[in-house]
Design a protein around this ligand. Structure first.
Ligand code: GUN
Length: 283
């Protein structure tokens, strides 16, 4: 391995810059940027994610408003809350943590968030801008975080084979569009793909976002590839990525650790999207 793609350290430096920026604007008398975080129910992992996002906001001076609704919240109650956040001019970004309880239709909730406050980038208006290469929309946080990480380490994407394992709505799909935007040749493998190894072996840049611990083994990776691990699974007391890091690391040019790779970059991208919402809202 030549390079450890250190998302923790890059995140710290970007967050320092955000903090300085927020201090400068608030010292000039402008209000602080603000993010409304909505959590429905008591999924333990969601609680941890939301706590991390709110803590990250507060550390850089972004105000975080927290709405914790019970598991049995009725759909209209959630939609009413979102409508009031949409029309509240002091709220810049709105994030509804996923997954939602079974009885709440995710699509309806995503559609109800104002595209101008959709810092997750999940609204079809923002996803559509990603398809159409229209600047100024919100790019989903994990794809944006990965893009920033690769850019920081001068990993060129033009004409490269980018293979993405996992076609989920939050990471795989929007990431494929963003990598296309960067002029890569993109291949997306998913649960129905026959023999993913034939694809992963050809990857100049291999990105795995499945949540299956150690799915990506040494023999599936090309010599000198760049490997980005989005997965995070708890197996006993251990936190494992999608990639068998210890056996893969000496075969590759660059690789992200888990934890400390993509995770912190996702949260940093959320902070950047919130600043973007703030700037667009104040204009
Ligand atoms: N659940 C897992 N990842 C995410 C994310 O990026 N945003 C939201 N809102 N929920 C998630």
């Amino acid at each position: 391995m030549h390079i450890l793609l250190d998302g923790k350290s890059l995140s710290e430096s970007i967050r320092d810059q955000i903090k300085t920026y927020v201090e400068r604007i608030t010292s000039r008398g402008y209000r602080e940027p603000s993010l409304a975080v909505v959590l429905v129910g008591d999924d333990p992992a969601s609680h941890i994610y939301v706590k991390n996002k709110r803590k990250a906001c507060e550390r850089v001076g972004i105000k975080s408003l927290f709405y914790h609704l019970p598991q049995n919240t009725k759909v209209p109650e959630l939609l009413d809350l979102i409508a009031s956040l949409n029309s509240d001019e002091s709220v810049d970004g709105i994030l509804v943590q996923l997954p939602l309880p079974q009885h709440i239709p995710q699509e309806e909730v995503i559609l109800s968030i104002s595209p101008k406050k959709d810092v997750d980038g999940f609204h079809p208006e923002n996803m559509g801008k990603l398809v159409a290469r229209i600047e100024g929309g919100f790019i989903p946080c994990t794809p944006l975080g990965i893009d920033l990480l690769l850019k920081h380490y001068n990993i060129d994407l033009k004409g490269k084979n980018v293979v993405i394992v996992g076609a989920g709505f939050i990471v795989g799909r929007p990431l494929a569009l963003l990598m296309l935007w960067r002029d890569a040749t993109v291949c997306v493998c998913h649960i129905h793909t026959k023999d993913i190894t034939q694809y992963t072996k050809k990857a100049d840049i291999l990105i795995s976002a499945t949540g299956v611990p150690h799915l990506i083994k040494r023999d599936m990776v090309k010599e000198g590839a760049v490997v980005v691990d989005v997965g995070i699974s708890k197996v006993g007391e251990k936190v494992l990525g999608d990639v068998d890091f210890e056996r893969v690391k000496d075969k590759v040019y660059a690789i992200t650790p888990v934890p400390g790779g993509v995770g912190p970059m996702t949260v940093t991208a959320l902070l950047l999207n919130t600043l973007q919402a703030y700037r667009q809202n104040m204009n």
